[in-house]
Ligand binder design. Structure first.
Ligand SMILES: [Zn+2]
Length: 176
């Protein structure tokens, strides 16, 4: 039996996913608790690679990643440089069961703060670069369905195409 987290994942169509999140200014226990909660929710969904604070209803610039054997906590991340292009499928915990093909930079260099407020930089390529760009978009209120170039998403279970317009309607309903 699993215990339900007190945090739920907000789904596409929720207004907070369209907000621009606020920078973190205080690096205290409250921030650490937020990071712990993000990982808690992430691990509750066994298939999640990363989660951004707005996805649990908190409009702060905080991202928790545990992907490809690497754990990254990104506070106030900024992209410093992008290189190359990659065009691959990606999905989102806030739209379970679907993937869509999105063009992203192949390599990104970012600057961010860790949970203690220390500035860090790193460069990542391929899947991790894609993951980082997807999560930083969440802090800007951008969803990957905004960037899908094909006219459909793929439903993972059935491998069937579902029209993108359907998802765009969902995200437009509650947001001006
Ligand atoms: Zn997402």
């Amino acid at each position: 039996m699993f215990t339900l987290s007190k945090y739920k994942i907000f789904l596409f169509g929720t207004e907070i996913l369209r907000e621009k999140s606020k920078p973190v200014t205080v690096f205290n226990k409250k921030l650490h608790a937020l990071l712990d909660n993000l990982y808690h929710v992430l691990y509750e969904r066994g298939n999640g690679a990363a989660i951004a604070a707005p996805q649990i209803g908190i409009a702060k610039r905080v991202i928790a990643i545990d992907y490809l054997g690497e754990k990254l906590e990104l506070i106030n991340p900024e992209i410093l440089a992008k290189q190359g292009t990659s065009y691959e499928y990606e999905g989102c915990l806030s739209l379970p069961g679907f993937v869509g093909k999105v063009r992203r930079a192949e390599t990104v260099s970012i600057r961010f703060r860790d949970r203690y407020g220390i500035e860090q930089t790193l460069t990542r390529s391929k899947e991790m670069a894609r993951c980082i760009q997807h999560e930083i978009d969440h802090l800007e209120g951008i969803l990957y369905t905004d960037l899908v170039e094909e006219s459909f998403l793929i439903e993972e279970d059935t491998e069937q195409e579902k029209p993108l317009s359907f998802f765009q309607e969902i995200t437009a309903i509650k947001n001006k």
